[in-house]
Design a protein around this ligand. Structure first.
Ligand SMILES: Nc1ncnc2c1ncn2[C@@H]1O[C@H](COP(=O)(O)OP(=O)(O)OP(=O)(O)O)[C@@H](O)[C@H]1O
Length: 234
């Protein structure tokens, strides 16, 4: 289990998030939602090791996650690809970082995402959707148990969106635990088993989906709940 325990942090001395606590189980998708500036990206930057907590910690199976970094991978909001490396060179580079010698798993991923025709191309020659697939494979190469997925649906066309949603569900069914930060409440409602609402750096109620009723249209129940929580704080 991945646990975020009473995490407070931010940038140097500027405190942005306060006392955030939640768990993610393998095979579960947890949504992270909040208004602009609520602290979602800051939370994610702590979970990916870019920022150091002011207090609190993050563990995987009760051990410091930094000592088992290969178990947690990150899919950033915009694919972060090296302009001077071909797609295959990206995968080789990441394999080297994790000291993986086997090609079998990488080849399986390349097949799964139908990237063979693009392996010798440079990132600028790929569509946003294809770059996103490169990003997903790059995250999966270390065979992580948990994925931190930041604003994954930005800039994807309907086909890319459908593919990525289905892919996240497939990864969940394969046992990956995920936290997904998104502004798209209807997608959060469809995909996530639980939702964390952040407001002004503080975690609001932590919810399962029991608030949904059969009459709720996709996204509406979550939208109502979200705004009622925010208004409680005003
Ligand atoms: N590099 C930084 N240095 C200092 N403050 C920052 C930095 N990045 C973000 N902040 C501040 O942290 C606060 C939370 O921002 P954050 O990006 O975590 O919010 P967010 O919920 O991800 O918002 P959005 O939905 O707009 O991406 C904001 O007040 C922002 O100005």
């Amino acid at each position: 289990m991945l646990s975020v325990n009473q995490l407070s942090g931010g940038y140097l001395n500027r405190r942005i998030i306060n006392d955030i606590t939640f768990d993610i189980q393998p095979g579960e998708i947890v949504g992270l939602i909040g208004l602009n500036g609520a602290g979602k990206s800051t939370t994610i930057r702590h979970m990916t090791g870019v920022l150091k907590p002011h207090s609190g910690n993050i563990t995987i199976d009760e051990k410091d996650w930094m000592k088992q970094r290969e178990k947690l991978a990150h899919i950033p909001d915009k694919p972060e690809l090296y302009p001077n490396l071909t797609i295959m060179e990206h995968f080789q580079f990441i394999k080297r970082i994790y000291q993986l010698n086997e090609d079998h798993y990488v080849n399986q991923l390349i097949d799964r995402y139908a990237l063979s025709p693009h392996l010798n191309k440079y990132p600028h020659a790929l569509s946003k959707g294809t770059q996103q697939k490169v990003s997903i494979i790059s995250a999966l190469i270390s065979n992580p148990t948990y994925l931190v997925v930041d604003e994954p649906f930005m800039g994807l066309d309907p086909q890319g969106l459908k593919f990525f949603k289905e892919d996240l569900i497939r990864l969940k069914n394969e046992g990956l635990g995920m936290i997904i930060s998104t502004h798209l409440l209807s997608i959060a409602e469809q995909l996530c088993d639980r939702i964390i609402v952040l407001h002004r750096g503080r975690q609001q109620r932590f919810n399962d989906k029991s608030y949904l009723t059969t009459e709720d249209v996709d996204g509406i129940a979550l939208e109502n709940l979200f705004f009622s929580m925010i208004e409680e704080q005003e």
